[in-house]
Design a protein around this ligand. Structure first.
Ligand code: HSE
Length: 426
């Protein structure tokens, strides 16, 4: 059988990882693909000492790769969504299959790219864009194809999970851990994407599109990052029997699709709560199968290369990997965050005097908000303020916003209330 000829665009962490795994595991990959998979050309602005390209055709112009008549599959690993989009669209127009790890590109421009690919009769694989080495797109699309997916929730940003874990276990500072994540090749070129939840929102948009058959709607995904999480919140959450994780949550509800990324308290006995460091995990609930959990390394050269090459092998075996979903429910609306119901952790600073807690409880009870647990700390020596921490039962976010505004207006409450959503994942 004719070999499959691959053109790799980008030789950063993932590009060099893909080059190395393809080179080192060549014979095994050929057996699984049913034919040889050859690196025909690499397009990269500079060499990467992590891989030896001395026997490879390397060009500094990545567009040469998509115009190379010998290339069957273009592997886009340059990131970003401007040049990457032009590159991918030109590759498709030139009749080439595309494999990418670029979640921003798929989440924002996926519909246009898939339409072009369909018209050109080529496939677009993007398994590597979501949860690094975990084959979760395949799992939902193929392994769970019999199921109506009810909900999914996951830790889908390795950098964020690494930061929260190091802060909790070693008391390290946010910025210090972020720098280490950058050095280890986990973080995005712009690490704001990791810490402000944008990267996780890209991935959740893609997963939800496949799970519920809705169009990619990144702009409708509610996104809150981890940059405001304090060590105090991590500690209080633990006292209450919870862990704080940065979670992407989506669910099919009678009112529409719930789609959100934010820091979340999860009961510490839940398997996802135990997923630490750069590891990712995605829980998927299907109507027939019930609860499933997929976990593994969410970032880094090897894990991402593993997913990139799996898509290349699928293309070599002529398996369609681009089909967006197994059902299209285009008219299902995505809920705004105000329409979402969840439980909450609230932390406020209150004056240490009689009647304050009663006032706060009265506001919550007037709104029909049920308190599940409460902690009030002793004031520090010479301090007049005490931290008060509450867990509530499920309530509409709009109602919680009103309650928070009323509590913040009390003269006995100092500053803003910290609110973190709570999920029990069952
Ligand atoms: N910056 C991403 C993360 C890389 O930390 O998860 C993998 O998508």
């Amino acid at each position: 059988m004719k070999p499959v000829r691959v053109g790799i665009c980008g030789l950063g962490t993932v590009g060099s990882g893909t080059f190395n795994v393809l080179t080192q595991n060549g014979s095994q990959i050929a057996r699984r693909a049913g034919r040889d998979v050859i690196i025909e050309q690499v397009g990269a602005r500079r060499d990467n000492p992590a891989c030896d390209t001395s026997h490879t055709n390397v060009t500094r112009d990545i567009f040469e790769v998509v115009r190379n008549p010998n290339v069957d599959v273009v592997v886009e690993l340059i990131g970003g969504s401007t040049i990457a989009k032009d590159l991918v669209m030109e590759a498709i127009q030139n009749g080439k299959h595309v494999v990418t790890a670029n979640k921003a590109l798929i989440a924002v421009h996926g519909e246009e790219i898939f339409a072009a690919a369909k018209a050109a009769g080529v496939t677009v694989g993007y398994e590597a864009g979501v949860a690094g080495g975990i084959p979760v797109i395949k799992a939902i699309r193929e392994g769970l194809a019999a199921n109506k997916i009810n909900w999914l929730a996951g830790i889908i940003n390795g950098t964020g999970n690494f930061i929260l874990t190091e802060m909790r276990d070693k008391g390290r500072d946010f910025d210090d851990v972020l720098q280490e994540a950058q050095a280890l090749g986990y973080a995005e070129a712009d690490p704001t994407f990791d810490v402000e939840g944008i990267d996780a929102a890209h991935k959740l948009t893609i997963l939800s599109s496949i799970a519920y058959g809705i169009p990619l709607q990144f702009e409708r995904c509610f996104t809150e990052g981890i940059s405001k999480i304090t060590r105090e919140d991590v500690k209080y959450a633990e006292e209450l029997g919870y862990r704080i994780k940065h979670l992407g949550v989506s669910a099919r509800t009678p009112k529409g699709i719930d789609l959100r990324v934010h820091p979340t308290l999860i009961p510490e006995h839940n398997m996802i709560a135990k997923v630490d460091g750069v590891m990712n995990a995605v829980a998927v609930n299907g109507e027939a199968v019930g609860d499933t959990l997929f976990s593994g390394p969410g970032a880094g050269a090897g894990p991402t290369a593993s997913a990139v090459i799996a898509d290349i092998i699928d293309i070599a075996r002529d398996i369609q990997v681009e089909a967006l979903s197994f059902d299209r429910l285009d008219d299902v609306k995505v809920l705004s965050i105000e329409e979402v119901e969840t439980c909450y952790y609230l932390r406020m600073e209150a004056f240490d005097k009689a009647g304050v807690l009663a006032k706060v409880a009265s506001i919550l009870s007037t709104k029909g908000i049920n308190i599940e647990a409460i902690i009030q700390k002793e004031p520090e020596e010479g301090e007049q303020m005490v931290p008060v921490i509450m867990l509530t039962h499920k309530v509409l976010e709009r109602t919680m916003n009103e309650a928070i505004a009323e509590i913040e207006a009390l003269e006995e409450i100092n500053g803003r209330i910290t609110r973190i959503r709570v999920e029990h994942l069952n």
